[in-house]
Design a protein. Structure first.
Lengths: 224, 314, 326, 275, 224, 275
């Protein structure tokens, strides 16, 4: 088959994107774990790990540009490159969100609002990202649509949790001191932001699915 | 070319392993081979020089030692007596022959070439004509003479019993038959030299074949056709055998008065003189050759000039 | 919008087309003349040669004239004595064929090696400047009328070169001798070999040479390994053409080699070729219809058939090399 | 042009061939229907049905020997010049089958200009080159203006303005090709056929020709064969992909063909996975 | 000059990106105004306007892909297209953030926290986006660096305002009822999210600047 | 290859020419220094200084007539064949100036193979084609194995295995070109020069040749001239851009040249704004 080297580079591009997603997902897991266990070391590792993601991001982006500049891709090949070009932006953003989780771990005591199950939410969002990358890797159309549906579930979950946090906050108005109140408020804020961040992780998963769908079928239904 | 001799002590380590090939023997063989080729090439030149020198030498000998008068030679017809013999009637005969030969061969030659290159479908008949042409071009000139002798000269009118006889026109027909294939081949070459793209360009513009040929192809090929024709006529003018077969008068004592008159010509005259045992006639032959060659060189010069002009145009 | 009628016809076009067809017919007629020429050669030669063998023309025979055998085919083709004027005439054509072949083969030994080497030099070695004068010079050699070569033979080759040189070795050389004929015919066919071979060599694409040079071949290797094999059919075509020309060559051999028909392999004696005999016959006073006169056509026919064979061979060769590099 | 490119409607029905009953909509200038072409015994085109829209550039691409040139030659019947070439099916020019008995190919070619692979100016002056078609076709009124017009349209006028009498052969390759385009458009044909018009040119001349083709599409219908896929992508509005065996594999909007072809074979061909 | 049509398409691409940014900025202005004036109509217009942005986004993205597929861009041309391809993602995201502002308008009463000057913050972020687009349009390298610097200022501002909100919330613990508390909390949440959104607008402006810098000088300093 | 592409170090100092004192680093096989070439009175190359790295593909691109072929011919002294061609400056092959008096061009060409624009197999059998270079260079031991080896490297073995005795001219264009590559690599040169090796081929054959070139770079140093910018982009590691007048305008890593050339002229040339 002609243009072997080029085909190999395309395959490698796809692999690289997948390994970037692995890296990002790993950091997301670590971020969630750090939040859960209040493990500052882990949090630092998440935060410092962002550099690696960013590097990989730049490298893959460069490879996309190289491929476009040097190989004149068309049709499916071009769609793969364009999808990868966009997907890595989402992955990078998910990486940033993981960094946020690390940040929250460092700032927060995480003593209040035990009833808010961030882990479950995080797990759900993470699964969406995993699914989207699986769709990308396996060029699975159905999965793309599933992810879009899952996002609605996630959004619901987030809304309910946010309400829960606020309701909790109101119910626990009997704080001892201003300091304590401040801590609690900050805690609540952080929690709300965490929820928001996880919701965004889901959004990015949908983006990835949308791009993947476009790549496979050149169907822009999910891209808004 | 003495890489192998490694003149200086090697300086860098790269140079040690650099082009470790011994080619002395190869180069020696090459030089010997070249020497052979050069010698062969010069042989032709050498012979030509000898030939010209010989002819000139004999002609000058004739003029200087045997008092052959150039003036008499150029203005008098042939004669039994060497001192009165001239070349005039032969020259005129050849000019007449040339004119009729061109008239007879040019249009048929060019027409055939145009037909073959521009109109002919690629079928068996066309291929037959082409093959036939290649063959005609290789038929010995004497055979054309034989053909005209039997078909024209000896043609006897069944009613009057009158025989056509060895007339000038018969000679011209023989020469025309002889050079028509040459003109055709030269014209074909010239027509082929016109790029096919030009033809397709014209046809695609909505021109008919004939419009294409007339407006584009022939104008472009004309210099080539003309060159070829001149060279062919130059060939005809030196031909001897067909004229002898046709029955040209070997001793041209009389200027032909028209196409139906008997005739002599330069080459037959030269043959006659050259074949005579008397030495003086020999010198006359040499002088005749000088005249003939001069005319030929002039015609070739014109052809070369035309060709060069044409080639720079392309 | 719909397009009605035929948008694709017009009066101007129809007139142009009619003219095109007329012109085409005229040119076809021209081409027909060339075919007629060949047919005429065949017809005339056969017709007249028939009367050499059977005492009446072929067409007369076909029309019912009496046929009486005069010279046998076998006698003609195998007889070793050619003496039409003799009191006891013999019509064995072999001595004439012998003369012709002697000239042809001898000339080939001169023109083929020299012509091929010249072609190689011209196409592979000569600088444009050298080529610029060498090629036209050779063309002049080809353009010199044969009668001039004949003159050259009897005024120079024989007296100045052949007789003194071989005389020195004790060989007696006739005034007319085959050797002089061989030399001049050889010389005059050099340009044929050189020019057609060179064409064939030039037709070898430069790419091919560069390929060999690029591999580190020397010039000689390029010439002998690449150019020669690649143009071999064209070169052979030139040889055949040269041979064909030598067979049909008339005036030079007539003047150089003489009028004495004989079966011999000695190049230093007078011989007669087929063409020389025809010239001799045409100059003679023999009257039309006599057996001597009709022998002209029998020999002519044989000559024609020999060159025809050569030409067909050449044509076939030429076609092959033309097709090789398109 | 960019805007137009975004708006182009793909004629999506050429594959079916059934809708051709009402053959020539105003938009279609040339259409073929079940066109088969044989050279002797071997079939060069197989049942090609295709509609070429007016005033657009339609590119024909495909591997070597797939019949692109053959298809082009069918349209102005230049195939008539080739011995052993046999055509079946219909080629309609403005609704009329050009292979009907009453169609004169010479007249047809006066409506359909052609530009060839190698620039082939006549060995005449620039002026005579452009005027040639006009003279042949008897359109000799106002000759100078028409010649100037054609040269201007071919984007050559400014370069040759002062030297109309010099030979067309003295121009550079790219200029010669533009001269040939001027010659083709001078008699004002409706369709211009081009068979790899830039393949003999260097990149700069090529891109001039490409620009010119895009401009020509404002006034003419241009059909162009090209070996260069990128060239087809750059300059054409519609692309027809022929595949080996003389099959029209896909025909549609150029952007669609190059971004999202329907046929997997076409995808493989344009991404270079072919063969 | 050869390839005229292509050059024109490139120029048009750049113009289209700029006009997309105009559209997005206009919606940002409208969103801020809606927040300020509590104009629900305006808010709805902002929200509905998102469709237009998304359409333009898809159109430009398609044009980028078309250009890559059909015109084989290299060097500066390719960098322009790649930059545009990424920048429109940022613009689209800014458009979404504007939509968020509309959403907040609808939900919120905006009676509390008057001292938090969202308008000033919004103006600042908006200016950054304008600058980044000016840099893109004029290929202005210096401006790109300026925007990067401005983002630090914006981040500072946001942090300070967030603190302010939380402090306010603590100080005003004497709420009358649970409902009121809930309202206030929701208000605070929304405000925090608004601040966060505006901070993100600034981030996107930096992204645009980074892309622009890369486009002009192929300098990836600002891309992280 | 993708990884390599990302890691390549650009030799950034070829412009200065001063660092050439210590000419042959192990990485540089061919280098030129202030190379000027004239054809008669007209200068075809102006002061070209450039270093070609070992075992990589270096592409030469530029507008027509800018001297790419001339440069290539200087390296194996094929310019010696051209009358009126005069060379000044240095062309070093493994540190030795090939224009030194004691260098035999015939010997030089045995180390530097060449592949031409049009496939030019000898009219001999496939086997003899490949064996030719080996024979004239006297490397006749183990001939069969060497021939097989070369054909395998040229990715032709599987296609011609059973028909080594049939004529090289009977192959298709792309196969012929691979045969020519096999012929060039059979005597195991160190450098292979290619002047537009795919320009006479159709796209499929072209992309086979391109693949092959990339593979060859593992064992040989490949210098390739191409008119096709995209081709240079696809297959080369380094690109040298020549501009009209015989100037080496920029030389560097291919990705850098095509994404972010230093020279504005190069940018204009590769983006097609040139001329
Ligand atoms: N004059 C002809 N005689 C016989 N066969 C022909 C002729 N012209 C073309 N063919 C055959 O018809 C088929 C199509 O040829 P055509 O020239 O149309 O292909 P193409 O697509 O234009 O190829 P290319 O890209 O090489 O120009 C080929 O198989 C070819 O061999
Ligand atoms: N044999 C020659 N004699 C005279 N001038 C020459 C010769 N070969 C090339 N030139 C001139 O030298 C210059 C460079 O030619 P060269 O063939 O090296 O260019 P190129 O870059 O290879 O062009 P192309 O892309 O058209 O092959 C041109 O101006 C050309 O006209
Ligand atoms: Mg074709
Ligand atoms: Mg070149
Ligand atoms: O760009 P976002 O991180 O807000 O999705």
């Amino acid at each position: 088959m002609p243009r072997e080297d080029y085909q190999q580079r395309l395959a490698k591009l796809q692999r690289d994107v997948v390994s970037m997603s692995d890296l990002v997902l790993e950091r997301l897991t670590m971020g969630l774990e750090a939040l859960e266990t209040k493990d500052e070391d882990l949090a630092w590792r998440v935060i410092d790990g962002d550099a690696e993601v960013n590097e990989l991001y730049l490298e893959i982006e460069q490879e996309c540009v190289d491929l476009i500049a040097l190989q004149q891709p068309v049709a499916g090949d071009l769609r793969l490159i364009a999808a990868s070009f966009k997907i890595i932006t989402d992955l990078e953003r998910i990486g940033d969100l993981a960094t946020n989780l690390g940040d929250y771990t460092l700032d927060a005591q995480r003593t209040e609002f035990q009833q808010v199950d961030v882990q479950e939410l995080g797990g759900f969002a993470q699964e969406m990202v995993e699914d989207s990358m699986r769709a990308y890797k396996d060029e699975d159309v159905d999965l793309c649509y599933e992810i879009d549906a899952a996002d609605d579930v996630l959004d619901d979950k987030c809304e309910r949790l946010s309400e829960l946090v606020i309701r909790d906050l109101i119910q626990e108005t009997d704080v001892d001191s201003d300091e304590e109140a401040e801590v609690m408020l900050k805690e609540a804020t952080r929690l709300l932001l965490t929820i928001r961040d996880l919701e965004r992780v889901g959004d990015h998963a949908v983006n990835i699915a949308a791009r993947t769908l476009y790549m496979i079928e050149s169907d822009d239904e999910l891209i808004w | 070319m003495t890489a192998a001799e490694a003149p200086e002590a090697s300086t860098t380590e790269a140079e040690d392993s650099w082009l470790d090939v011994d080619l002395r023997w190869e180069h020696l063989k090459g030089r010997l081979f070249l020497a052979g080729c050069v010698a062969a090439s010069l042989f032709g030149v050498f012979v030509l020089a000898l030939l010209i020198a010989d002819v000139l030498w004999e002609a000058i000998l004739g003029v200087v030692q045997h008092d052959v008068s150039i003036r008499t030679f150029l203005t008098q017809p042939a004669s039994r007596h060497a001192d009165q013999a001239g070349f005039y009637a032969a020259i005129v005969g050849s000019v007449w022959l040339m004119i009729f030969t061109v008239l007879l061969s040019f249009f048929i030659g060019v027409g055939t070439a145009v037909y073959l290159e521009e109109f002919a479908p690629d079928n068996r008949w066309t291929r037959l004509i082409e093959a036939n042409l290649a063959n005609l071009a290789g038929v010995p000139s004497i055979v054309y003479g034989l053909l005209v002798l039997a078909a024209v000269v000896n043609f006897t009118n069944p009613l009057t019993g009158g025989r056509v006889g060895p007339i000038l026109l018969a000679g011209a027909v023989a020469l025309a038959l002889l050079i028509t294939p040459i003109i055709i081949v030269a014209s074909q070459e010239a027509l082929r030299g016109v790029p096919d793209g030009v033809r397709r360009g014209s046809l695609a513009t909505g021109a008919t074949r004939w419009q294409t040929v007339k407006n584009v192809v022939l104008p472009a090929a004309f210099p080539g056709i003309l060159t070829g024709t001149i060279l062919a006529v130059a060939r005809a003018i030196g031909e001897t055998a067909p004229l002898i077969m046709v029955g040209a008068i070997l001793t041209a004592r009389r200027v032909p008065e028209g196409p139906f008159d008997t005739f002599g010509s330069m080459p037959t005259m030269i043959y006659y003189w050259a074949d005579r045992p008397e030495i003086t006639f020999h010198y006359l032959a040499a002088l005749g050759i000088v005249v003939l060659l001069t005319i030929l060189i002039a015609m070739n010069g014109v052809a070369v000039y035309l060709r060069n002009k044409y080639e720079t145009q392309q | 919008m719909s397009y009605d009628g035929n948008p694709l016809s017009g009066d101007g076009v129809a007139a142009d087309n009619r003219r095109n067809r007329r012109v085409r017919r005229v040119f076809l007629a021209c081409a027909a003349v060339t075919v007629a020429t060949t047919l005429a050669i065949f017809a005339v030669l056969l017709d007249n040669a028939f009367s050499f063998f059977y005492d009446s023309r072929l067409h007369e025979a076909l029309l019912g004239a009496a046929v009486e055998a005069r010279v046998g085919f076998v006698e003609f083709l195998t007889g070793t004595r050619w003496a039409p004027y003799h009191a006891y005439p013999d019509y064995g054509v072999l001595p004439l064929v012998n003369g012709t072949l002697m000239i042809t083969v001898g000339a080939a030994f001169i023109s083929i090696p020299i012509g091929t080497a010249t072609a190689l030099y011209l196409s592979e070695y000569a600088s444009p400047r050298v080529r610029g004068w060498l090629k036209p010079t050779l063309e002049v050699l080809a353009g010199v009328p044969t009668i001039v070569y004949g003159f050259f033979a009897i005024s120079f080759i024989t007296p100045v070169f052949v007789r003194p040189f071989f005389g020195f070795f004790g060989v007696s050389v006739d005034y007319y001798n085959a050797f002089a004929g061989i030399v001049v015919v050889g010389i005059m066919t050099i340009p044929i070999v050189a020019s057609i071979s060179e064409d064939a060599m030039n037709a070898v694409p430069d790419d091919l040479r560069n390929a060999a040079y690029g591999l580190g071949a020397t010039k000689r290797e390029v010439s002998t390994h690449v150019v020669l094999p690649a143009s071999v059919s064209g070169i052979f075509a030139s040889y055949i053409l040269a041979v064909s020309r030598a067979i049909g060559e008339t005036m030079a051999v007539t003047l150089a080699a003489g009028y004495q028909s004989r079966m011999t392999a000695n190049p230093f004696v007078e011989i007669q070729t087929m063409t020389a005999y025809m010239v001799q016959m045409a100059r003679s006073e023999a009257s039309i219809g006599t057996i001597e006169y009709q022998s002209l056509f029998a020999v002519g026919l044989l000559l024609f058939l020999m060159t025809l064979a050569m030409n067909l061979l050449n044509d076939w060769m030429k076609r092959r090399y033309r097709e090789e590099y398109r | 042009m960019a805007e137009t490119d975004l708006d182009i409607e793909v004629d999506g029905d050429e594959g079916t061939g059934d809708s051709l009953e009402t053959a020539s909509t105003p938009e279609t200038v040339v259409s073929t229907r079940n066109l088969d072409v044989w050279y002797g015994e071997s079939q060069a085109l197989q049942s090609i049905s295709m509609e070429v829209p007016r005033n657009q550039v339609t590119a024909l691409i495909g591997p070597s020997g797939c019949g692109k040139s053959t298809f082009l030659r069918c349209i102005n019947r230049m195939n008539d010049q080739i011995d052993g070439c046999r055509v079946e099916g219909e080629v309609r020019f403005k609704g009329k089958n050009v292979y009907d008995g009453d169609v004169d190919p010479v007249a047809l070619r006066r409506k359909i200009g052609q530009v060839f692979q190698k620039p082939n100016p006549f060995p005449k002056s620039i002026y005579d080159n452009v005027a040639y078609g006009l003279k042949i076709q008897g359109k000799t009124d106002d000759l100078d203006r028409r010649v100037e017009q054609a040269l201007k349209r071919a984007a050559l006028w400014s370069e040759v303005e002062g030297q109309l009498d010099s030979s067309g052969l003295d121009l550079s390759g790219g200029q010669q090709q533009r001269l040939c385009i001027a010659r083709a458009i001078a008699p004002d044909p409706e369709v211009i056929l081009m068979d790899e018009p830039a393949s003999a040119l260097d990149p700069v001349a090529t891109s001039q020709i490409e620009d010119l083709i895009e401009e020509l599409a404002e006034d003419y219908t241009v059909l162009i064969v090209t070996h260069n896929m990128q060239q087809a992508a750059r300059i054409s509005d519609h692309t027809a992909v022929f595949l080996t065996g003389g099959v029209l594999e896909e025909y549609g909007d150029t952007a669609q063909i190059f971004e999202n072809p329907d046929s997997q074979k076409v995808e493989d061909y344009i991404t270079g996975k072919f063969g």
